[in-house]
Design a protein around this ligand. Structure first.
Ligand code: AMP
Ligand code: MN
Ligand code: MN
Ligand code: MN
Length: 282
């Protein structure tokens, strides 16, 4: 059965295609009743999304998806029920915004070196006031006719080892989890099956994440295959972590999963929302 809760999605505040208000309206149309907005490294959409969700009778949950460097990997840690006005969190995210801008300039230079002009300016104009991400570069490269679609752009230019990829030092895991917790939130490892960690590092990560106070992992996500739902349900159980669920929707045509189409958690999972008074499913 399709879940009526979705705890991971993006708006134009980061690299989604819908504004926070449009995203909420879309989620509502798709039958979502409990929604968290989790833009990359930014909380600027939460107030508008909440204001749009509440008159529709939806439960809205404040969220963010924080980029983290752990060993040689970039991981994403979702914070749920965070306080967007918590100053240390806001300051840390402001600094990520600044470093994203610097990375984007370097990406522009790197792409220029392989003959692609104006990528920084192009990506920035697509991003507007939003935080700038590789997705904005991908859209620019497609619009300028360099590559035929976003998926192909990543493969050709924007992943490790390709000409437009610039290594970035993100927040560390302990800092991200601590900020989420200190702001009243719950830390969740986003799409743990997507990083190519292998078993040993997956187990190390779970152990370390718990040690810092992390509480859950995404089990059902648009970034996992159905066999990975079971695989990560077992890992959650083994490490006494709760389970989360979210589409990771970015917009029509650019997401693995439409909102409202994602299936429920496997029956033996402890939902991350267990005990949250505001979440009344059924
Ligand atoms: P950034 O945080 O700036 O490194 O950008 C990462 C974002 O790019 C992710 O959140 C995804 O939305 C998008 N992304 C990463 N890899 C791919 C890919 N292979 N195909 C399409 N989008 C991708
Ligand atoms: Mn994204
Ligand atoms: Mn992610
Ligand atoms: Mn995401």
């Amino acid at each position: 059965m399709a879940a009526t809760i979705d705890l991971h999605c993006h708006s134009t505040i980061s690299d989604g295609l819908y504004s926070p208000e449009e995203l909420v309206a879309h989620a509502h149309k798709q039958g979502v009743k409990v929604l968290a907005l989790t833009d990359h490294d930014d909380v600027a959409g939460l107030k508008a999304a909440r204001a749009a969700a509440e008159p529709l009778g939806m439960t809205f949950i404040n969220g963010a998806e924080i980029s983290v460097t752990w060993k040689k990997w970039t991981l994403h840690i979702v914070g749920l029920r965070i306080d967007p006005d918590y100053a240390p969190l806001k300051e840390a995210l402001d600094s990520v915004r600044q470093s994203r801008l610097e990375r984007a300039k370097m990406m522009g230079d790197a792409l220029e070196a392989v003959g692609i002009e104006g990528a920084f300016e192009g990506a920035q104009s697509i991003a507007g006031n939003s935080i700038i991400t590789r997705s904005h570069f991908a859209r620019f490269l497609v619009e300028a006719g360099h590559v035929r679609n976003v998926k192909a752009v990543f493969k050709k230019y924007l992943v490790k080892g390709k000409p437009g990829y610039v290594e970035q030092q993100w927040m560390n895991l302990e800092q991200a989890v601590s900020l989420i917790k200190a702001s009243g939130g719950t830390a969740v490892i986003a799409h743990p099956g997507r990083y190519g960690l292998g078993m040993v590092n997956t187990h190390l990560l779970m152990h370390e994440f718990r040690k810092y106070g992390g509480e859950a992992i995404e089990v059902v996500t648009g970034s996992h295959t159905p066999p990975q739902y079971d695989q990560f349900a077992k890992i959650a159980h083994r490490f006494s972590l709760k389970s989360s669920l979210g589409s990771d929707f970015h917009g029509p045509g650019v997401s693995y999963m439409e909102m409202g189409c994602i299936c429920d958690l496997p029956p033996d999972c402890v939902p991350v929302w267990q005990g949250w008074d505001e979440v009344q499913l059924n």
